[in-house]
Design a binder for this molecule. Structure first.
Ligand code: AMP
Length: 283
């Protein structure tokens, strides 16, 4: 496994790969790797000749300085996991390498996609994601890139980014990997206190209850059910719960307003912001 810390190292590592026209799968991450990330790397390993994983805590996608400061960083362990999973190239640049002083940042317009949920609640977040992923696509020029459906809206943003860049990369959405108690794996779970870690699985159990309820209930009944259930939990603070059209990510009011419906939730538990979602498949 080759570890590249600079763009020059990366270009050099990729030069013979490009000469031989080997297929490249890219997995962008912010490190603190867990089995969710590992599932993306495994899929990339199966589908490509070369696997590139980026490990970079992207400062410009954080709209909260404290969140950035406390974001877990576990490079040594990350490298162990990546070696085990058969990654070929790790790209782990410094912020200065990725964003040289004085170099302007790209500015993307994701239209309505960025006006809701994560886009609305975290100003600048998706532009930051677009800038880093766009730069990674330009540098690595992958055939396929792998993203988790845990960040459901992000997948739509990335697909739109690819359209804007007119890049040929295929975006491969990957299913959410969960702990045995249902909690979606996340680097931020490491920041939960022991007590809050025990509480956190309630989020997914409420989502699952809402899925059962959805079989015979209207969309607004399901929405109210989730909001009420979260509000009943003393330690959970609901940031949003929206049921949206999977394609447009815009909120809908009736099941039939979308071909596929996804319920997206963000809950604060202590200082930790947890994100999750569930699909309803209402015909
Ligand atoms: P992050 O390091 O949090 O930026 O995540 C890097 C990639 O891993 C993103 O595409 C995430 O959606 C994905 N990911 C994170 N957690 C999970 C999970 N539990 N299951 C599947 N994919 C995940």
């Amino acid at each position: 496994m080759i570890i590249c810390k600079t763009k020059t190292d990366l270009t050099q590592a990729l030069s013979s790969i490009n000469r031989e026209k080997l297929s490249i799968g890219l997995v962008p991450t912010m490190g603190a790797l867990h089995l969710g990330h590992a599932s993306l790397v495994e899929k990339a390993r199966k589908e490509n000749q070369i696997v590139v994983v980026s490990v970079f805590v992207n400062p410009i996608q954080f709209n909260n300085a404290e969140d950035l400061k406390h974001y877990p960083r576990t490079m040594e362990n990350d490298l162990k996991i990546l070696e085990e999973k058969g990654c070929d190239i790790v790209f782990a640049p410094s912020p200065e390498e990725m964003y040289p002083q004085g170099e302007p940042l790209e500015s993307y317009d994701f239209g309505l996609l960025e006006k809701v949920m994560e886009g609305k609640n975290r100003p600048g977040h998706f532009n930051g994601v677009g800038v880093i992923v766009g730069r990674l696509f330009s540098m690595v020029n992958p055939n396929k890139a792998y993203f988790g459906e845990k960040d459901f809206q992000q997948v739509s943003i990335i697909k739109d980014l690819v359209r804007q860049m007119k890049h040929g990369v295929e975006i491969v959405p990957c299913p959410i990997i969960r702990e045995s108690d249902g909690l979606a794996l996340s680097s931020r779970n490491a920041l939960l206190t022991k007590e809050n870690r025990k509480i956190a699985p309630i989020i997914y159990s409420i989502l699952k209850e809402s899925l059962s309820l959805s079989q015979n209930a209207s969309l607004s009944e399901v929405k109210q059910f989730v909001e009420r259930r979260i509000k009943k939990e003393k330690y959970l603070a609901l940031e949003y719960f929206e049921i949206a059209d999977e394609d447009s990510m815009q909120s809908i009011v009736n099941w039939k307003d979308a071909k596929e419906q996804v319920g997206c939730i963000v809950v604060k538990l202590g200082d930790v912001r947890l994100i999750d979602n569930i699909r309803y498949h209402k015909k």
